[in-house]
Every structure is written in structure tokens, then in C-alpha cells.
Design a protein around this ligand. Structure first.
Ligand code: IMP
Ligand code: MG
Length: 215
């Protein structure tokens, strides 16, 4: 597996000032471990191992703690996909953060988001005047995040930023200002570490390329 040098720019849609914390670029998936034989032929290979993910989350946690040292943020997890990331990230941020959850559902084909988002569960917290950090699993077209930003932004938080574990290279339909990105990955459909296809594979501890039906 190759994790390349930190890029100055991660995609043609994102200028460097949008990514003050450089993300790591991932390429060349390897084979899947034998203990995951139950996944059948649906997975093509490892994109990120659990070790790589945890190492990167430790870096993200440290950076967030530095950036928000004076004003610990409210971490908003976007269910369900970000639940695993949130659970590790909140423990990596050594500040007294608060947490809350939103659940959204995006209408569209099996593996593509349509940008039409339905709020399935809203926040319990009042975010007016607060420093809010949205914790997302993956930014593909960016349509879901775009909707969420407008939705939460209208409640007048003091700041509203995003921490996304994964960014799919070159797929963004709307320009995204992402304060923190874990990894930039090639544009393939991936599962594991919270990410699913039809609710499956969320409990894999690494991230894998999905090559089953619908991808
Ligand atoms: P977007 O609106 O196209 O950016 O899609 C965002 C949402 O679609 C993510 O939060 C995921 O829930 C889902 N999604 C996008 N790409 C993938 C993928 O490769 N695997 C699993 N879910 C994905
Ligand atoms: Mg998501």
C-alpha cells in the first residue's frame, strides 16, 4: 500500500487555503485479509488499514485540540456512516468537547447521492453562538454536506467547520471548504469503518474497495 507525500492541492475543486491541514493521499489497494473471507467477492482490496486510520485520527485530534484550545467545539456526528470515525475522533481530541448527532438520508441510486437530503434525526443542542465541527465519513459530490451546512448555518453558530475522514478526488459538484480531511482517495465506492452498502460492511475495521452489484 502506498501513502503518498502530502499534496499541496488535493483536487481541482479545492484550493490549498481550503485545506489548511493537508490530507494524505491513498492509492494502490492491496488484497483483502483472509479473515474477511465472509465478504465473498464483493471487496476488491484494502484502501486503508485500521492502523493507518488510527494514526491519522491521532494527528487530526491533536490539530483540532490546538485549533480549538480556547473554545472546545461541539462535534456533530452525521449518522450513520460517521459513527465509527466520531467514536475514535472524540477520544483523540484532548479537550472537553460536547457531542451531538444528526441522521440524514440521501435519496438516490444505491451508490450515488442525489443531493436531496431528508433529516431523519435533528440535533438536541442549541448551536447558536457555538463552535460547531461537523464530523463526516466521506465527501463525494459534496451535496449532502452542502445541504447540512446551510441547514445548520441558519441556526447562527459562531463557527461551522467540517472534519471529513475521506474525500473522493475530483468528484465534488460544489466547492467545499473542508477544515480537516483525513485522506484523499481515488473515486471508487468504499465500505468499512462505518461506511456501508445497503447497511452492510459498516463493522469492518479498515476501508475496502467495493466491487459488488450497484457500484
Ligand atoms: P455526497 O452527498 O455525494 O457527498 O455523499 C455523501 C454521503 O454519501 C456520505 O456521507 C456517505 O454516507 C455516502 N457515500 C458517498 N460515497 C460513499 C462510498 O464510497 N461508500 C459509502 N458511502 C458513501
Ligand atoms: Mg455520511
Amino acid at each position: 500500500m502506498v501513502v503518498g507525500a502530502l499534496p499541496e492541492k488535493t483536487s481541482t475543486f479545492l484550493s490549498p487555503e481550503f485545506l489548511p491541514l493537508p490530507c494524505q493521499v491513498v492509492s494502490a489497494p492491496e488484497g483483502i485479509p483472509s479473515h474477511l473471507a465472509w465478504t465473498g467477492d464483493d471487496l476488491a482490496g484494502v484502501v486503508l488499514s485500521a492502523e493507518q486510520i488510527h494514526a491519522r485520527i491521532a494527528e487530526l485530534g491533536d490539530q483540532i485540540a490546538i485549533d480549538y484550545a480556547d473554545n472546545p467545539p461541539l462535534l456533530v456526528c452525521v449518522l450513520k456512516g460517521a459513527v465509527t470515525f466520531m467514536s475514535d475522533l472524540m477520544r483523540a481530541v484532548r479537550l472537553p468537547v460536547d457531542i451531538d448527532f444528526m441522521a440524514v438520508s440521501s435519496y438516490g441510486a444505491a451508490t450515488k447521492s442525489s443531493g436531496v437530503v431528508r433529516i431523519v434525526k435533528d440535533l438536541e443542542s442549541d448551536i447558536e453562538g457555538r463552535d460547531v465541527l461537523i464530523v463526516e465519513d466521506i465527501v463525494d459530490s459534496g451535496l449532502t454536506l452542502n445541504y447540512l451546512r446551510k441547514y445548520l448555518g441558519s441556526r447562527k453558530p459562531r463557527s461551522l467547520e467540517v472534519c471529513a475522514l475521506l474525500l473522493k478526488e475530483g468528484e465534488q459538484k460544489v466547492e467545499q471548504s473542508l477544515k480537516y480531511v483525513g485522506f484523499s482517495i481515488p473515486s471508487t465506492f468504499v465500505v468499512g469503518y462505518g461506511l456501508d452498502v445497503a447497511e452492510r460492511y459498516r463493522n469492518l475495521d479498515g476501508i475496502y474497495t467495493y466491487k459488488g452489484v450497484g457500484s
